[in-house]
Design a protein around this ligand. Structure first.
Ligand SMILES: Nc1ncnc2c1ncn2[C@@H]1O[C@H](COP(=O)(O)OP(=O)(O)O)[C@@H](O)[C@H]1O
Ligand SMILES: [Mg+2]
Length: 298
C-alpha cells in the first residue's frame, strides 16, 4: 500500500505575517531550511476531528486537482504547537503579487465589488471572462500552451463540480501580477476546504449513502451559489455552462481530463490521507465518482 501523506511539524517555522484576508486566524510562515519555503498555516478552527475538519479536505482536494490537471496551491497536513491544520504553499513567484478576483471585477465593472455580497451580484461567468481578458494561464499549468486564463478558469469550475466545492466566491480566485508590464496571469486555485462533504458526521454519511433519495438530494445541494443567480444551480450544470463559453477543443480537453480521473485514482489518493475517517474517505470517493459521471453524462 502507498505511504500516507506526511504531517509536517511547522512549530519551528518563523512567522512572517498575519494574513488579513480570509475568515480565520492564519499565519504566513517560513521554513528554516534552504531553499526556504513560505506557506500559509491554516489551523483547523471550525472542526478538528477525523470526521469533520478543515485540513483533510484541503489536502485531498489539492491532490485531486493535481490529478485532474488544475494548477493549485500545494498542501501539506501540518501541526504547529499542538494545533492541527494544513500549510498552503505560497503560489506567488518571487516579486509577484496576488490580486483577488473581487478587485479585478471592481475594475472591470467600474464599481466596488463586495466579495461577500449575499446575491453575488456581478459575479457571473461572463464578467469573469471579461475581467480575465488579456491574462495568461497560471504558472504550472501543464495543458496546451494556447489556453488563456479563462480557458483554465473553466477547468476550475469543473474541479469545483468534481469535489463539490461550494466556495468559489471572488476572494477565492485571483490573478498574479508580476514586476513587468505584461506579467499578468490567472492564479493557481486555492482554498478548497469547503468540499468533499467536509461538514458531515460519519452517521450522516452512512445515512446519505444508504438511500438513493438522500444521495440524489445531497448531490443536488452542491450548488454554485457564490455566483449571481446560481443559488439553485448544481455545480455540474454550472461547469457545463462554463464549458459552453470556451472553444470546442478546450471543452474536450477538460472533459477528457474528467474521463481520465477514475474512481480507483480517487480511492488511492483518499487512502493516503491521514487524520480522515474511513467513512469520510468512502463518502468523498463516492461523491467524486458520482460528480464525474454527472459531468460526463450531461
Ligand atoms: N497558497 C497560497 N498562496 C498565496 N496566497 C494564498 C494562498 N492560499 C491563500 N492565500 C491568500 O490568503 C487568503 C486566505 O486564504 P484562504 O485559503 O482563502 O482561507 P479562508 O479559508 O480563510 O478563506 C486568500 O484569499 C488568498 O488571498
Ligand atoms: Mg478563502
Amino acid at each position: 500500500m502507498a505511504e500516507s501523506f506526511p504531517i509536517v511539524d511547522v512549530t519551528d517555522w518563523s512567522v512572517d505575517l498575519y494574513e488579513a484576508d480570509g475568515s480565520e486566524e492564519k499565519l504566513w510562515l517560513s521554513s528554516g531550511e534552504q531553499p526556504c519555503r513560505r506557506a500559509l498555516f491554516k489551523p483547523n478552527t471550525r472542526n478538528d476531528t477525523a470526521e469533520k475538519a478543515d485540513h483533510w479536505p484541503e489536502k485531498l482536494a489539492s491532490e485531486v486537482a493535481a490529478l485532474f490537471g488544475v494548477p493549485r496551491a500545494d498542501i501539506d497536513l501540518a501541526i504547529r504547537s499542538g494545533r492541527r491544520g494544513c500549510v498552503s504553499y505560497d503560489v506567488r513567484p518571487e516579486g509577484w503579487q496576488l490580486q483577488p478576483g473581487f478587485l479585478l471585477l471592481s475594475t472591470y465593472l467600474g464599481e466596488i465589488h463586495d466579495p461577500m455580497d449575499k446575491r453575488h451580484a456581478g459575479h457571473t461567468l461572463d464578467n469573469v471572462r471579461g475581467a480575465l481578458h488579456g491574462f495568461g494561464r497560471p504558472p504550472g499549468f501543464g495543458g496546451p500552451a494556447a489556453f488563456d486564463a479563462f480557458d483554465v478558469f473553466a477547468g476550475y469550475t469543473v474541479l469545483d463540480a468534481l469535489i463539490a466545492n461550494r466556495d468559489r466566491h471572488p476572494a477565492n480566485w485571483a490573478v498574479l501580477i508580476g514586476p513587468e508590464r505584461d506579467h499578468s496571469l490567472l492564479c493557481p486555485s486555492y482554498d478548497h476546504a469547503t468540499s468533499l462533504g467536509f461538514s458531515l458526521t460519519d452517521a450522516d454519511r452512512r445515512r446519505i449513502l444508504g438511500g438513493s433519495r438522500d444521495w440524489e438530494a445531497f448531490l443536488r445541494k452542491g450548488t454554485a451559489w457564490r455566483f449571481e443567480g446560481c443559488r439553485k444551480v448544481p455545480l455540474t450544470d454550472f461547469a457545463r455552462h462554463a464549458l459552453g463559453l470556451v472553444s470546442a477543443s478546450v471543452r474536450e480537453y477538460w472533459l477528457d481530463r474528467v474521463a481520465a480521473c477514475e474512481k480507483a485514482h480517487f480511492a488511492a489518493l483518499a487512502a493516503r490521507v491521514p487524520e480522515m475517517s474511513e467513512a469520510a474517505r468512502t463518502f468523498a470517493v463516492e461523491l467524486m465518482d458520482a460528480n464525474r459521471r454527472r459531468l460526463l453524462d450531461g
